[in-house]
Write a protein that binds this ligand. Sequence first.
Ligand code: HEM
Length: 511
Amino acid sequence: MEFLYYLSLSFFAILFISKLLFQQKKKNLPPSPVGLPILGHLHLLKQPLHHTLETLSHQYGPILSLQFGSRSVLLISSPFAVEECFTKNDIIFANRPRSLAGEHLAYNYTTLGFAPYGHHWRNLRRLTVIEIFSSNSLHMSSTIRHEEACYLVRQLFRDFHGVSQKVDLRSMLFHLTFNIMMGMVAGKRCFGKEAVDVEVGQRFLEIVKDRSVTVPSMLLSLCDFFPILRCIGFQGVEKKMVSLKRKMDAFLQGLIDEGRRSQTKSSTTTTEAEKKKTLIGALLSIQEAEPDHYSDDIIKGIMMIMFTAGIDTSLLTMEWAMSLLLNHPEKLEKARAEISDNVEQGRLLSDSDLAKLPYLRCIVNETLRLYPVAPLLVPHVSSEDCTLGEYHVPRETMLLVNARAIHRDPKVWVEPTKFRPERFEGVDGEREGFKFMPFGLGRRGCPGAGLAMRAVALVLGALIQCFEWERVGEEKVDMTEGGNGLIMPKANPLEAMYRPRPNMVKLLSHL
Ligand code: HEM
């Protein structure tokens, strides 16, 4: 019996490997490690995923084909491959893979991040650019970011007692970014001493706690790679997602209902411009004009982006940047000198100063190069067959871009592991050719890049301008990477010592 079992297993293994080799030869697929039947290459993957994938790329080359269960994967880690995928083949790769998360957490693929490339996605992209991401909208929301930067430094100043104070920066930065997003969405603060709706903040924290259970599954749910597992309710993944979706939906619907109530209450006294001051207000006005196109689910999908794509990415980048600066105090000093030279004494820097602070921008770019918080970008999928260099890429192949590996490739960057913000001097924008892509590239590139760059630079600048910063001990800040490959936090939250700068005390006590 046992003999028969092993015989049939060997038979299927030989069949699988020869099928792979045959396909590879026939169509000239990119190179691939030897896989296992059914599993493909899943058994090779360990956390953090981007590290394992980088090792595979070192062994097999920068263009690699892999098999994750039933799903074909293309893994790229060279500027050449990135250029081919996001220029010549950009439309072909402009789709997202089908997944449990897309179905349950993205209103059945109708949100901007998950919608298939087409009319609906284009419409969402246009709408969100107008309402959130355009220069005009960013200018309008600059007051919210400035106020939150003020609250942050004021809070730090009030919490300061004595010589030097320790602070858990991650939780403070989480509160700040949440308040910025909530300020833009619904016009209220939920964390901090001056919060107007503490309950909403606490509800969100409850949801985020649950989310940490399911976020790894967004990229790596085995059910996406083995559809049969879904039928047997494997590890309750789908159940957890449905429960998370319910909570998130109730949270977002609560905000919409509140927005609707306040619009009706003040409909006689409020002007159209005032109604549109918050994102909810603007979206409800659009809904009134075109109810068939803008259902509550579409509005919730847009709000969800702010809370999911906007918070962790920005706050983790701020945390990586501060960690790097604590390990390189001479760079922190250089940034401070730039701020002192360009922002008058007695005033907190604001959005409009950022253009005069190129070195601060270099620091943010260099942080995103070394620690891109989305190290594999977000998976794309090909909608038809295409070619990549000499290789054939079949339709329905999932594309993973190892941005972190490219950002640290010694063939691409001089002294790639060194923190040297100066390398970005003279570089305009958040991109540098096809070797720097923290926000992705092409049609599906991050629409929030401008907002994120401003928020990160402003907060970092305010912290540098107002306080002296030091590490908690003699040792360097631990820069170990955590996360699951989808998002890359610092493994351990950042703690630091601070004290107000003597020449800022007057300003801080009046804020
Ligand atoms: C430092 C901060 C941020 C980083 C590093 C970042 C990075 C990324 C990356 C790598 C992608 C995937 C691009 C691709 O598919 O190739 C993405 C997509 C996206 N990001 Fe960001 N992001 C950040 C902040 C934000 C913010 C603040 C928002 C909105 C408030 C946002 C909204 C989105 C959306 C909606 C998408 C999906 C776009 C689409 O599929 O069409 N991001 N982001």
